[in-house]
Design a protein around this ligand. Sequence first.
Ligand code: KDG
Length: 320
Amino acid sequence: MTEFLTIGEPIALFGSKEVDLSLKDATQFQKFLAGAEVNVAVGVSRLGHSSTYISQVGKDPFGDFIIDALKKNKIETALVGQTPDYWTAFQLKDRVSTGDPSIFYFRKGSAAAHFDPNILRNIDFSTLKFAHLSGIFPAISQQACQAFTQLIELLAHHHIPTTFDPNLRPQLWESTEKMRDTLNHFASFATIVLPGINEGEILVGSRDPNEIADFYLQNGTATQIVIVKLGEEGAFIKTKQGEAYTVPGFHVTKVVDTVGAGDGFAVGLLTGLMENLSLKEAVIRANAVGALAVQSAGDSDGYPTKEELDTFLKAQEVVL
Ligand code: KDG
């Protein structure tokens, strides 16, 4: 009985504490909860909305750590299976003074990749206001991709609006063409499509936000809104009704870690819409959560509580 639902692969993340040292040489790591979709569940829950996460972890210390972390973040774990047959995924991330960190995954054949589709039978759709989907889960295995398709059908059947973040992970796909065709197909079922500008270039073949938006608005009968994430520049929004505008982002002076900003954007947007903010206000909140996210080391550690968000917006002289 929650307002929000997402499905994904959770990952135990070991973030290096040593700035500008390669993963080969780093010796000091801090453990975090990670995974694009779980990040969104954490942020949604932190802003006071009940949230369900669907996945499967191993019966191993990382799996226990993840279930514990979900519970600490008040996320419903009834639909997180735990299997003794496969390991939970983990990843290493270095710490850089500028740009994006490098990430090394240990996830092939993971417990989530062997997701048990029977878990989907126990979803309670009755109180759901939104579901968030990303292009990572269908990329991790054929089995996950089939379950993802099944979930999309169930969500459509229950008329649950969905956001879709392509979240390109080329290393998980057999080819760029397969990635592009599959993700554009899944995007066509989403109410709101959330590509980043660089992802748009790969998926649509254009860096023009308007052209990217037009592609997705024409691609899917379900798609009502496309929001192209422009990083620090903010976001370009276009609706099926033909409304189009850019909402500028917030300037951040000290970036600690860029990973998790896109998921933070989804957090702000989804919670804003669940609280009946206008689309423009929800995107301002999305930019704010994205800006707060990059100021902390873990993926989701910078996501704000309602109070922290209000303080940030007040300091920026924004009233929502
Ligand atoms: O968006 C953040 C993710 O990149 C990170 O948490 C790990 O899910 C992950 C992935 O596949 O990259």
